[in-house]
Design a protein around this ligand. Structure first.
Ligand SMILES: Cc1ncc(COP(=O)(O)O)c(C=O)c1O
Length: 445
């Protein structure tokens, strides 16, 4: 499909008109302000968001590419990294960087281990990384970008956690890295990090914990008294962790951290070009110019909330999660998958196709993500969701009734597409289809 010709306006659009056009465009966006989304938007409170906006605006024009021109940003970034290391059990030798998000943190980790292994194990020509089947797709992206072969190992089909024995069996002379999630996105369970760390240590290879979701949540949930499996640098063998500030760190979108147990690894992440006529060019992460606003907002979020603020938010989120899970499990046709460790979980049904519930809820104004293998509905709980527990459960009960009473009703367009994609046996054709879809999606219409 050819793109529609949208061209630069000859004259700039006046401010009021421009804002009106953009406001109009946003009307189709999901209603996150009223807690109707369960993922994508992480938000502590209106006051907190106002503070982040103010700080973001204050540093709007600065550029974190140069720590010398903007020393305040170097201070903010290094302090954010330091606070996060402390939160995740790292000692004084631990180090890291801020990045634009979980994906960049994971891409950098994989690149770091690839380059480290090139030096440490020059005999390895085709490096491999072991991934539980539930690992986030950014590892697959990293595999493609950096030519590290991903070896997916099916997870335990009851607990939905990484299967340690199966992963051990897959370690080969080419394995350079083992990955675990804390928690994973599909079911919100923490993998057996202690056992996976021991495997990595025994084999003298890297172990990355993807705590993009849990890095700024699990430490506080544990302090509230919940039993949280060990997942951070306190586990021998864990050599790096990714933790996203723009998720439960309640920073601005575009902020995450990548941390290493020891600073020897950092040089494999960094890039320096010393023979360029533009001068010495060195950068810690993937981006060149970097948003100062997100770095400033990250520092502001951590310092404005402090431990007591994060604990309060974690309590609201965990109380909300418990009430929602209880409400879901009181509906006989529904059940939650596995035993989620924090505030990320999914539910499904054996009585009808769960996507029909997602459709029915969407017609009632809720935005819910659909999962596959098995089909389920995903929920990431945030503080604003605490205000919608009752309306959500009321609509969920009504939706279940509606689906039971209309067994013939076909899935809505989005669910039908998801179902077709999930059940198609030829996964390569599915991939081509999705890539074609994406190509058209980003064309001006
Ligand atoms: C477990 C996990 N890892 C990594 C990521 C990637 O994070 P981002 O979307 O910030 O790139 C996500 C995103 O949801 C995630 O849930």
């Amino acid at each position: 499909m050819a793109r529609q010709k949208v061209i630069l306006p000859e004259e700039g659009i006046p401010r009021d008109k421009l804002l009106k056009i953009m406001k109009e465009a946003s009307k189709e966006d999901a209603n996150w302000k009223d807690g109707k989304t369960w993922g994508l938007v992480n938000r502590a409170s209106d006051e907190h968001t106002d503070l982040l906006k103010e700080v973001f605006t204050m540093f709007f024009s600065e550029n974190a590419l140069s720590p010398f021109v903007f020393p305040s940003l170097k201070k903010f970034e290094s302090e954010v990294v330091s606070m996060t290391i402390d939160l995740l059990g790292g000692n004084r030798r631990a180090c890291g960087s801020m990045t634009s998000g979980g994906t960049e943190s994971i891409l950098l980790a994989v690149k770091t281990y690839r380059d480290w292994a090139r030096e440490k194990f020059p005999e390895i020509i085709e490096p491999e990384m072991l991934l539980p089947g539930s690992a986030h797709p950014s590892f697959d992206k990293a595999a493609k970008y950096f030519d590290v072969k991903p070896i997916y190992v099916p997870i335990d089909d009851k607990s939905y956690r990484a299967d340690v024995k199966a992963m051990k069996d897959k370690i080969s002379e080419n394995t350079i890295l083992i990955v675990g999630s804390a928690p994973d996105y599909p079911r919100g369970v923490v993998d057996p990090i202690t056992e996976l760390g021991a495997l990595a240590k025994q084999s003298g290879i890297g172990m990355h914990v993807d705590a993009c979701l849990g890095g700024y949540m699990l430490p506080f949930v544990r302090k509230l008294g919940y039993k949280i499996p060990d997942f951070d640098f306190s586990v021998p063998g864990v050599t790096s962790i990714s933790a996203d500030i723009h998720k439960y760190g309640y920073g601005a979108k575009g902020s995450s951290t990548i941390l290493y147990r020891k600073d020897e690894l950092l040089k494999y992440q960094y890039c320096a070009t010393v023979d360029w006529s533009g001068g010495i060019y060195a950068s810690p992460a993937m981006q060149g110019s970097r948003s100062a606003g997100t770095i400033a907002a990250a520092w502001a979020a951590l310092n404005a909330l402090g431990e007591s603020g994060y604990l309060k938010l974690a309590k609201v989120v965990m109380d909300t999660t418990k009430r929602l899970i209880k409400g879901i499990e009181e509906i006989p046709e529904l059940y939650v998958l596995g035993k989620p460790d924090m505030s990320v979980y999914s539910f499904t049904s054996d009585k009808f196709h769960i996507y029909n519930i997602a459709d029915a809820m969407e017609r009632r104004g809720w935005h819910l993500d659909r999962l596959q293998f098995p089909p389920a509905i995903h929920m990431t709980v945030n503080p604003p969701n605490s205000k919608v527990i009752e309306p959500f459960l009321k609509d969920l009960n009504e939706s279940v009734e509606e689906v039971i009473n209309n067994p013939e009703k076909k899935a809505d367009r989005q669910s039908a597409l998801y179902e077709m994609i999930a059940t198609a046996p030829d996964r390569e054709s599915v991939k081509d289809f999705v890539l074609d879809f994406l190509k058209d999606l980003y064309k001006a219409k």
